[in-house]
Design a protein around this ligand. Structure first.
Ligand SMILES: [Zn+2]
Length: 263
């Protein structure tokens, strides 16, 4: 069995303020990297408990940078990281052959109330995305691209709002909540041991339940809409395949789920 763990930073246990996710040279960001590694280690252990001989790849997905800390990598997985990450289309080279995907440290879509660090793609830009007329965040975007390759998402971790968004779109895949927001940067955190125990148990359960999971898909072609929060950001956007329909909004038709980022 081959399992791909796709990581983000905003939904990691202990991460609750933007400064932990935006300033790579800052002390708080460095701490967030260590928190990410601890969450990843818990998930790797859980996967191995359920599938001792699994090939596990942990993918560094936050921002454009190098978020992993080598000395904190749990044994039993390979870690894909570095700088100057190739463009999204390189997923065609990486994803085929995996049996399951886990979204670790994810977050709710832009505009979600009571959600830690909610955004879609750009936490500073305020972009919002719709597919087939339904506003969607990074959970759906990732699930769609994995689905293109026939790979089911078997688990999503993040805050309570992340778990709710996952259940709304992906049904009853395993969700692991490691925190509960009362505002964008304020709320309840768990002790690390408690968060890691939940992640480890959730990952083992998710691998166990893999036979029940199906790849996520939408009816093709997918009608996509990208809306910027202000006209100047829309003016600065260079569309690849979309048409501008008003001051803020671009629309495109995607023949493949793989292309949903390619506005
Ligand atoms: Zn992120």
């Amino acid at each position: 069995m081959r399992i791909l763990i796709s990581t983000d930073l905003e939904g990691v246990s202990g991460v609750c303020v933007w400064e932990q996710t935006r300033e790579p040279t800052g002390a708080m960001y460095q701490e967030a990297r260590r928190l990410l590694m601890a969450d990843a280690a818990a998930v790797v252990k859980g996967c191995r408990e359920a599938a001792a001989d699994a090939d596990i790849v942990v993918c560094d997905g936050h921002g454009g940078g190098f978020n992993f800390v080598p000395e904190l990598m749990a044994p039993g997985a390979r870690y894909l990281t570095g700088r100057a990450r190739p463009a999204f289309s390189r997923r065609e080279d990486l994803y085929p052959g995996f049996d399951a995907a886990i979204l670790l440290g994810f977050h709710a879509m832009a505009g979600t109330p009571n959600a830690f660090l909610a955004h879609t793609q750009s936490s500073l830009g305020g972009n919002r995305y719709w597919y087939n007329e339904v506003e969607s965040g990074e959970i759906v975007q990732s699930a769609l691209v994995f689905g293109h390759f026939g790979i089911p998402v078997i688990m999503v971790s993040g805050d309570d709002a992340t778990a709710r968004e996952t259940r709304r779109f992906l049904g009853d895949v395993v969700t692991v909540s490691v925190k509960e927001a009362l505002g964008e940067q304020f709320g309840f955190l768990l002790a690390p041991q408690e968060a890691h125990a939940r992640l480890r148990a959730g990952a083992a359960r998710a691998v166990h339940c893999l036979p029940e999971r199906r790849p996520f898909s939408l009816e093709l072609p997918i009608r996509g809409r990208l809306r910027f929060p202000d006209k100047s950001r829309a003016d600065a956007f260079r569309p690849r395949r979309s048409n501008r329909v008003d001051d803020y909004t671009f629309e495109a038709v995607f023949e493949r789920a793989l292309d949903i980022y390619e506005f």
